[in-house]
Write a protein that binds this ligand. Structure first.
Ligand SMILES: Cc1cc2nc3c(=O)[nH]c(=O)nc-3n(C[C@H](O)[C@H](O)[C@H](O)COP(=O)(O)OP(=O)(O)OC[C@H]3O[C@@H](n4cnc5c(N)ncnc54)[C@H](O)[C@@H]3O)c2cc1C
Length: 411
């Protein structure tokens, strides 16, 4: 019976241990925290958007980098398989808007409870408070693991499921990157994605708490559009956040120098339609202040600031507005510019971009191409996806495939 050690009891580690045990291996799951799935617990604001009930091609379209690497893993354990796995272990699921899948109870803790139940049933040995300090590699193979306690554990195969750098209080402190680098792997430098953006201007901060719905956010560098999508965004104490901004952050270059942000506040109207509307509204408004009139077009707090953003006085009356001033209003309504200072730090990111290079991992098994009895799963690998349940599904799928392969492959 093969002896398999899984490092990290997060989403990918639980899946890896389960599928390795189901394939007949003797499995020990090692987690440094006092409980499993500390990060799973905070996912989806405590509701855990555990997967996305979509077809494979639609799934891959939500993965900005290295999507083809995931083909075998997602075929091995698909979103539907995950939904079944949860349901048969006591966590029935529901599909919500955008095919997002949540536990019926809307409690993330039920996801970990279901998996813990499955792990117990499969005979996995779970060791909590078991941090791993280092891996001993000799003769081109992982021989053993050294625990923080000083104990040494030998293994036929090791699966690295230590996650990324984000939210380090959940235990994901990037240890796995160090272990992988020591094993000779290339680690693409980690950076934050699915994260808010700090702005150079102060005015977005003064609108903290204001959310804009049905706007188009565009990120570009020079003439190249990096990202453009319609949806919802939010002004915060540091700049901008919300679904569009988080998704847009996946498309920022690293470093993000020279990126410009624009918001189309009226994506349903062309410039000429908007100009005609302003002309009509201003004629009807007469001596009304521009700021007051704009609040029929924009949220009041933004309307207050808007004339200044167009280089106009807020006290201007509608009847005074010239054609050139109207053109300036239209231009900013269609492309409100914001300057990016930087993304928020990786500690605050939902996901870490970068990690172990996919070129050095066999996509059909998740085995290292350098150390044959070493496997990888989850966020430690250089793949990341948009929000919607895709990142957890990547963790479940790569974990399941790594576990099954480690248990069944001759290494
Ligand atoms: C706030 C937030 C909300 C999110 N919401 C969603 C969502 O709703 N849907 C979604 O799809 N994704 C979501 N994600 C992303 C998702 O949680 C991650 O992509 C996923 O958890 C990655 O799984 P993982 O197993 O690779 O890593 P992790 O879940 O980070 O697990 C890694 C584990 O390894 C352990 N570990 C690390 N080093 C060691 C060591 N040296 N020894 C022993 N153990 C170690 C850690 O303690 C940790 O438990 C969210 C992330 C955050 C931060």
């Amino acid at each position: 019976m093969r002896n398999i050690l899984v490092i990290g009891g997060g989403a990918s580690g639980m899946a890896a241990a389960l599928f390795a045990a189901r394939a007949g291996a003797n499995v020990t799951l090692l987690e440094r925290n006092e409980k499993l799935g500390k990060k799973v617990y905070i996912t989806g604001k405590g509701r855990c958007n555990l997967t996305n009930d979509c077809a494979l091609d639609d799934f891959l379209a939500e993965v900005p980098r290295n999507p083809r690497f995931l083909y075998s893993a997602l075929s091995f354990l698909s979103p539907r398989d995950t939904m079944e796995l949860m349901t048969e272990n006591g966590c029935p699921v529901q599909v919500q808007r955008g095919q997002r899948v949540f536990p019926q109870s809307e409690k993330a803790s039920d996801v970990t409870r279901a998996l813990t139940h499955a792990l117990d049933k499969a005979g996995v040995r779970i060791r909590l408070n078991a941090g791993i300090r280092s891996m001993e590699i000799r003769n081109g193979r992982v021989q053993s693991l050294l625990l923080d306690s000083g104990e040494t554990l030998g293994a036929d195969a090791v699966i690295l499921c230590t996650g990324g750098y984000s939210y380090p209080s959940t235990g994901s402190t990037g240890d796995g990157y160090r272990f992988a680098a020591q094993a000779g792997h290339t680690v693409t430098p980690p950076s934050p994605v699915l994260v808010g953006m700090e702005t150079k201007e102060d005015w977005p901060r003064s609108l903290q708490g204001l959310s804009l719905k049905n706007v188009t956010l565009t990120l570009s560098r020079g003439k190249k559009t990096l990202y453009s999508n319609l949806g919802e965004m939010l002004f915060t104490h540091f700049g901008i956040s919300g679904p569009l901004v988080l998704e847009g952050s996946c498309h920022l270059p690293d470093p993000p120098e020279g990126v410009s942000i624009t918001i189309d506040l009226k994506p349903g109207l062309t410039e000429s339609q908007l100009d005609a509307r302003l002309l009509r509204d201003f004629a009807a408004a007469g001596k009304k202040q521009l700021r007051t009139e704009l609040s029929s077009l924009l949220p009041a707090r933004l309307a207050d600031q808007f004339p200044a953003l167009c280089g106009l006085s807020a006290a201007l009356s509608c009847s005074q507005i010239t054609q050139a001033q109207r053109a300036a209003l239209v231009a900013v309504l269609k492309a409100l510019p914001i300057s990016l200072r930087c993304p928020r730090p990786v500690e605050e990111a939902v996901v870490t971009r970068g990690g172990v290079s996919v070129r050095e991992i066999n996509p059909g098994s998740m085995a290292s191409k350098i150390i044959p009895n070493l496997y990888f799963a989850g966020e430690i690998i250089d793949v990341d996806a948009h929000t919607g349940g895709f990142n957890l599904q990547i963790a479940w799928s790569t974990g399941a495939l790594a576990g099954h392969s480690a248990a069944t492959e001759e290494t």
